[in-house]
Each structure stands twice: as structure tokens, then as C-alpha cells.
Design a binder for this molecule. Structure first.
Ligand code: COA
Length: 367
């Protein structure tokens, strides 16, 4: 057998990370990384988030797949929440070793899909219920049944906390859910499309996408962003803390992006959402200070690589200001992204084509 080349001596793999590779044609979303523009099916994210409700934004995204009745979408999501609550006893009986995210995945695996509700609605409506129930189970509280007459954002907060929260809170959460609805061919969306391309059912595609999203380089960043803000504690500590982290070759969570070479437009959409929550929160002031210090330090440390604020930085600040525990940041990201994943699965399945790329073999050759 011929020896495999020493990895240290191998040429860098030009396909590593598939950077710049076009792997799908989509009408759903476009990420213009040079100009910092995100378009969802013809509308800029700034013209959707904070302007239309989560349900209407989903309707906007799904309109090519036979979902055309905007008025019935919120009601259908409510019905889906009610159906999903039937699974909650199973979640209550499951092992205490499961974290919130794993319990949501368990709920999704157990969700029975039937002809009464299209799979994208049944799944997208179920995740808020599984999220809230899983959090309450994890904190020793009884899950709260959904109210089908409320919007997703209002009911999600109610199911988490126990009663209806001030409208500024649910409006901010609604803005967040719209902001993260879809974002081109990111790792989890690509995963969903790959699974969908095998004609696996929608649940399997969403479960796989959730797996991809859970990593710290993708949807797992906002919790560590808040850890960083808490570790810095005071504005005067920011510069030294950040310099030390960069000297240790650590990455600053909430900064940098594979596509954006400028500011992620979602950062400002979420930052604007903070105004819904009043201006007295000292953590918001601290976060702005840290952001400024981080941007300056990244410019010094990586002058050739534009590294700017990404969606996760103000996700952490906004969700914390709403009162959402940091353990729920990734679960909430999955909840808001699920209708986007569903849309990509449907779009991929319309092509009827299995995704099956090639790899270049560089291993040992048989004698
Ligand atoms: N802090 C410090 N340095 C960073 C950085 C960050 N947040 N993001 C990238 N860099 C540096 C890398 O260390 C690397 O430097 P090097 O060339 O000297 O090794 C260079 O920038 C390029 O990084 P690379 O990992 O090749 O770029 P990418 O496009 O694959 O990375 C992310 C994109 C998102 C994975 C990366 O920016 C990151 O890890 N960010 C922090 C995690 C985060 O916020 N994730 C949420 C994304 S929405």
C-alpha cells in the first residue's frame, strides 16, 4: 500500500468549506456580502422585520409553495401549536439528561404528521411549544398549553413565562424571528436541502438542520456572546479583555462572517429592536461599548480580513433584554429558522434532483 501524504505537506484544499461554490438556485433569499444586503424573496430584511409579523413573513417566503392565504396562516400556526402540545407528556417523561435543544428534537421526532396540517406548518408551529415546554421542564415547572388565538411571538413568551408579556417584549421577539427566518445557503440550510433532496420527510430534514445549527460557529454563538459581555462586566475592562482574547488566538463571538465583508444588516435590525424595550438597560450600553472596542481591535489584529459585527452579537443583547435565558438562544434560533429550512426543502424537492457532489481522493492507493 502506498503511504498517504503527510497532511502537513498537502496543498491546501481549494474546496475546503465550499467557499464561493454555488450549490443551489433559489428564489428564497439572497445574501449580498459585499454590500451588506439581505433580501427575502424580493424584500430587504429591513422592510420585513419590525414591519410585518412573523406569520406574514413566513407567508411571504412560502408563497411559491401553495401557501397564499395570509389571513389563515396565524390561525394555522395556532392549530399546529395545539396539536404539538399532545407530545409534551412524552417530553416530561424523558430523561433529565436531555438539554432543551435535545428535548425539542425529541418532540419533533415524535410529532405525528397528518393530512390536517401541511408538514411545514405542523413543524414550524410545533417548535415554539417544544421550546417553551422543554425550558419549563428543565427548570422544574409545569409546561403551559398554547393559546391558538395568539401570535407565535406572544404565545411563545406566554408559554415560557406563564402570562402575557408587555407588547414591547413580544414585538421585539417577533422582530427577531423575522430577522432570522432565512439566510441563503448557510450550513444548516444546506443540510436541510441535502436531506430533502433524498425525498426524506420534512421532519428528518429539520432534525438534521437543527444538528448543523447547534455548532458554535453557526447558531451556537449568541450564548458565548453574552458570556463575553458578562465577563467584561464594565466598559473600562473591554479593551484589555478583547486584546488578551485575540492574543490567545481566540475568536470574538458575534464578529466575522463567511459571506459578509461588511456589517451584517441583521445586526442593525436587531439593534433597532432594542428601542422597543426602553433605553435604561445598562447591559445595552456595555454591549455597544464592547462592540466598538472589538471592531477596533479586530481591525488592528486582522487588517487584511474585514471582520464586522454579525447577527449573533445583537441577538444576544436583544434576547437577554427580553428576559430570555441564554440556554434558549440556539433553540430560539432554530425555531425562527425552521420555516426557512422548510422552504428550502420544498424548493430543493421541486428540482427532483438528489444532491450528491464528488470528492477528490487523496488517500493511499492499492498496490
Ligand atoms: N474573531 C477573531 N478572529 C476571527 C474571527 C473572530 N470572530 N472570525 C474570523 N477570524 C479570523 C480567523 O482567525 C482567521 O484568521 P487567520 O487567517 O489568521 O487564521 C481569519 O479571520 C479568517 O477566518 P475563517 O475561519 O477562515 O473565516 P470563515 O469565513 O470560515 O469564518 C466564522 C466565519 C463565522 C466561522 C468566523 O468569523 C467566526 O468564527 N466567528 C465567530 C463565531 C460567530 O460569531 N459565529 C456566528 C456566525 S453568524
Amino acid at each position: 500500500m502506498t503511504e498517504a501524504p503527510n497532511p502537513a505537506q498537502m496543498l491546501p484544499d481549494p474546496t475546503a468549506g465550499l467557499e464561493g461554490v454555488v450549490a443551489a438556485t433559489t428564489r428564497l433569499s439572497d445574501v449580498d456580502g459585499q454590500n451588506g444586503v439581505l433580501i427575502l424573496r424580493g424584500r430587504k430584511i429591513e422592510d420585513l422585520a419590525g414591519v410585518v409579523s412573523f406569520e406574514d413573513a413566513v407567508m411571504h417566503l412560502w408563497q411559491d409553495f401553495g401557501f397564499t392565504d395570509a389571513a389563515s396562516m396565524a390561525r394555522a400556526f395556532g392549530d399546529a401549536r395545539m396539536t404539538a402540545f399532545d407530545v409534551v407528556p412524552l417530553l416530561e417523561g424523558a430523561s433529565s439528561s436531555l438539554d432543551v435543544y435535545e428535548r425539542m428534537q425529541l418532540g419533533l421526532a415524535a410529532l405525528v404528521l397528518n393530512k390536517d396540517l401541511p408538514a411545514p406548518i405542523a413543524i414550524s408551529g410545533a417548535l415554539p411549544v417544544f421550546l417553551a415546554a422543554s425550558h419549563r421542564i428543565a427548570t422544574g415547572l409545569k409546561p403551559i398549553a398554547p393559546d391558538a388565538g395568539l401570535t407565535t411571538a406572544v404565545d411563545l413568551l406566554r408559554m415560557l413565562v406563564g402570562d402575557i408579556q408587555p407588547s414591547g417584549y413580544s414585538d421585539a421577539l417577533d422582530r427577531y424571528l423575522v430577522t432570522i427566518l432565512d439566510h441563503g445557503l448557510n450550513a444548516s440550510t444546506f443540510t436541510a436541502r441535502v436531506i430533502g433532496s433524498t425525498q426524506a420527510d420534512m421532519k428528518q430534514a429539520i432534525l438534521g438542520a437543527m444538528g448543523a445549527l447547534s455548532g458554535p460557529l453557526h447558531g451556537g454563538a449568541p450564548g458565548p456572546v453574552l458570556d463575553m459581555i458578562d465577563a467584561i462586566g464594565q466598559p473600562e475592562n473591554a479593551a484589555a479583555w478583547i486584546t488578551d482574547a485575540l492574543d490567545r488566538k481566540e475568536r470574538l463571538m458575534g464578529f466575522g462572517h463567511r459571506i459578509y465583508r461588511t456589517r451584517d444588516p441583521r445586526a442593525d435590525v436587531l439593534k433597532a429592536g432594542l428601542q422597543l424595550l426602553g433605553s435604561e438597560n445598562p447591559k445595552v450600553q456595555l454591549a455597544e461599548n464592547i462592540e466598538n472596542e472589538a471592531l477596533a481591535a479586530l481591525k488592528r489584529a486582522k487588517p487584511d480580513r474585514p471582520l464586522d459585527t454579525n447577527v449573533e452579537f445583537y441577538t444576544a443583547v436583544l434576547l437577554d433584554a427580553i428576559g430570555i435565558d441564554r440556554s434558549l438562544f440556539t433553540p430560539l434560533f432554530a425555531t425562527g429558522r425552521t420555516p426557512g429550512w422548510c422552504a428550502h426543502v420544498l424548493e430543493q424537492q421541486q428540482t427532483g434532483k438528489l444532491i450528491r457532489p464528488a470528492s477528490q481522493y487523496v488517500g493511499p492507493k492499492p498496490d
